[in-house]
Design a protein around this ligand. Structure first.
Ligand SMILES: Nc1ncnc2c1ncn2[C@@H]1O[C@H](COP(=O)(O)OP(=O)(O)O)[C@@H](O)[C@H]1O
Ligand SMILES: [Mg+2]
Length: 243
């Protein structure tokens, strides 16, 4: 049970013209773990995520999500699989013209056929989870950056995804707010036993949250290991990330 993979990426290749972005990249996310993916900007992290959720084709290799080979499934199966994956995009990406409640209802109305009372209860639970029940009728513009990020997290979790992908969850936040978001991510992970893939440059975030790490470098999974194993490496290319 412990070592059940939920995402398996094997020997992945992706080029744009002459530029090879992914060059034999491998990653396995196991059930219940927090895996941190680090890589410089432009190293292919977003390309990888797009391949992973079927938004971009890749040249070679294989990707399995929850046991399904994503290059060999129907569009309807892919759509269903996507509801098992929650995203926290870089920035909060809330809908500006909708209240907090409407932002949270959005994925439910799209993917679920719940009664009004159940929808209301799920929105309230999601807000409780991020400690912001009092914001339910506010507009995003009335919230601080940290609060917006927490609402975005609540929205990413509202469909109770099995996997959650965080793209730079602490970027752009002050250190105290960043720490709050990390604690929240850890609590949520404990409460719902989600499996998380966390893309971050934030060494403090990686130290606190990661069970395991992968460095994306030269298109490869250059090194995989625990935070300490990576941080103690003598390889200058690896050391550069921990300065
Ligand atoms: N649709 C595209 N067409 C051509 N080049 C792309 C495309 N998407 C990404 N790239 C290139 O792939 C590389 C990796 O980009 P990206 O995955 O966005 O990096 P990051 O690690 O910062 O998320 C960059 O050199 C980028 O210019
Ligand atoms: Mg990116």
């Amino acid at each position: 049970m412990k070592n059940q993979p939920v995402i398996e990426i094997k020997n992945l290749y992706k080029s744009f013209g002459q530029t090879r972005v992914l060059n034999d990249f491998n990653l396995t996310l196991f059930k219940g773990e927090n895996l941190v993916l680090m890589g410089k900007s432009g190293s292919g992290k977003s390309v990888l995520i797009k391949c992973l959720v079927g938004l971009m084709d890749f040249d070679k290799g294989s990707i399995k999500v929850l046991g399904k080979d994503i290059s060999n499934i129907k569009q309807s199966e892919l759509d269903e699989l996507r509801t098992d994956i929650g995203f926290l995009f870089q920035g909060s990406a809330l809908y500006d013209s909708m209240t907090v409640r409407e932002n949270l209802e959005f994925p439910l109305r799209r993917h679920q056929n719940d009664s009004e009372s159940k929808t209301k209860a799920r929105v309230e639970e999601a807000l409780e989870n991020v400690g912001l029940p009092q914001t339910i009728d506010l507009m995003p513009a009335e919230l601080s950056g940290g609060m917006q990020r927490r609402i975005a997290l609540a929205r990413a979790l509202i469909l109770k995804p099995k996997i959650i992908i965080y793209d730079e969850p602490t970027t752009g936040l002050d250190p105290i707010t960043a720490k709050e978001i990390i604690l929240l991510m850890m609590n949520i992970q404990k409460k719902y036993a989600t499996s998380s893939l966390i893309i971050t440059h934030d060494v403090d975030c990686a130290r606190v949250i990661s069970n395991r790490m992968i460095l994306l470098l030269d298109g490869k999974d250059y090194i995989q290991g625990t935070f300490n194993e990576l941080a103690l490496s003598e390889d200058p290319k690896i050391k550069a990330f921990f300065k």
